[in-house]
Design a protein around this ligand. Structure first.
Ligand SMILES: [Zn+2]
Ligand SMILES: [Zn+2]
Length: 417
């Protein structure tokens, strides 16, 4: 039988309504990055029940589960577990019960689909041979989780995978799939610039060094990095997400904090942006006669997601068979970021990278999609998207889509009997 044929059989046998119940339960109980205790425990319980050798607490709240099923390749499938500090406004009956915390990026859906795929492949183990490594990763949103699991020995305590597979729900219509061979998501880094002035009375600026004015010049001057230091053909984003200084009108503060988020499509471009930020921040502080140079701190580092062209092409082909060619579209490269690629990086595998593919699947209900203004991809801007308080994937078809996509991708690399 073909990969698509086996997938259809396994999905037919899977209790999808029960899985949708699991999704709703996860959605109602979101947990922030590195605090996914309940989420991890429920996932581990399911994997154990399905026959996996399951280990909890890998890299904090990570879960790694193994199913050895005879000779053949080792395939790793991964989902992320964490929610976001956003107050939910969907009005759904299964909306978040935790004030200010919401599964607004769909990681609850990823976890559900990971569990569903693990259950389907365990129940249908007569159809394939090989080893399946199922990974529930904490703290994707903060770029910590994948690295924490790797640093906690994921690839020494468990078998090294031959391929790594992962997926993300997006705002395209449910049942659609987005693929790209090569670059699909960008690198990201946060940069804190702490500016040191000399505070004092608001009436006596001549006795002070006003860090607010320095911060204002800095934010303006930083705009010239993208516009004047990069070719028009190179995609780079430098966003000032936060400026903090002062307490009241008549006090000049001692310090100002400027927090930047940068996105690039190569590691070289990332390094070049950071060098430019350092140079401009140093110079602006010197120009303002700051008593000392600024303090610059980097965090939230995401590498680029560079799909292996062969893996992406093979997975895309089976998805086209299952979902229909018109629903499988070219996607990205996006300026958004993921820590998923950490699992494939050469530095974590003794110098030899593990090929991977990461794809998107749509979660928006078709009636919402059809009613949204705009044509084609423009509609993405007019439906509730990830990281917004109204993000609400169409549960049942989204679960079905995600499980089908992940199961068929895994079966593409496992040996069919
Ligand atoms: Zn997110
Ligand atoms: Zn996400």
């Amino acid at each position: 039988m073909t990969t698509a044929g086996v997938t259809r059989e396994l999905l037919d046998a899977l209790p999808v309504p029960e899985l949708v119940g699991y999704y709703r339960d996860l959605h109602a109980h979101p947990e922030l990055s590195m605090s996914e205790h309940r989420t991890a425990a429920t996932l581990a319980e399911r994997l154990r029940a399905a026959g996996y050798d399951t280990t909890e607490g890998v890299g904090g709240t990570g879960v790694a589960a193994l199913l050895r099923n005879g000779d053949g390749p080792t395939v790793m499938i991964r989902a992320d577990l964490d929610a976001l500090p956003i107050g939910e406004e969907t009005g759904l009956p299964y909306a978040s019960t935790v004030p200010g915390v919401m599964h607004a990026c769909g990681h609850d859906l990823h976890t559900t689909c990971l569990a569903g795929t693990a259950q389907a492949l365990a129940a249908g183990r007569d159809a394939w041979s090989g080893t399946l490594l199922v990974v529930g990763q904490p703290a994707e949103e903060t770029a910590e989780g994948a690295l924490a699991m790797v640093n906690d020995g994921l690839f020494s305590r468990f078998p090294r995978p031959d391929v790594v597979l992962g997926q993300h729900v997006g705002p395209t219509p449910v049942g659609s799939i987005g693929h790209r061979a090569g670059l699909i998501m960008s690198a990201a880094t946060n940069v804190d610039v702490r500016i040191f002035g000399r505070g004092g009375h608001g009436s006596a600026p001549e006795l002070c060094v006003d860090p607010v004015v320095t911060a204002a010049y800095l934010v303006t001057r930083l705009q010239s990095i993208v516009s004047r230091e990069f070719a028009a053909t190179e995609a780079v984003v430098v966003t000032t997400g936060r400026i903090q200084a002062g307490t009241t009108a008549n006090v000049i503060p001692d310090e100002a904090l400027v927090t930047l988020n940068i996105r690039t499509q190569t590691q070289d471009a990332r390094d070049k942006v950071i060098d430019a930020i350092r140079r401009i921040a140093d110079a602006e502080c010197a120009a303002s006669r700051c008593p000392r140079p600024p303090e610059i701190t980097l965090s939230g580092d995401f590498p680029v997601t560079m799909n292996d062209p062969d893996v992406a092409t093979r997975v895309r082909a089976v998805h086209a068979e299952l979902f229909g060619e018109p629903l499988v579209v070219e996607y990205g490269p996006l300026m958004g970021s993921e820590d998923f690629p950490v699992f494939g990086m050469a530095e974590h595998h003794g110098g030899q990278a593990v090929p991977y593919a990461f794809w998107f699947f749509g979660g928006t209900a078709w009636d919402l999609w059809n009613a949204a203004p705009g044509e084609g991809r423009e509609k993405v801007l007019n439906v509730p998207a990830n990281h917004t308080p109204r993000f609400a994937p169409d549960a049942e078809p989204a679960v079905r889509t995600g499980v089908t996509a992940l199961t068929s991708a895994a079966l593409t690399y496992l040996d069919l009997r």
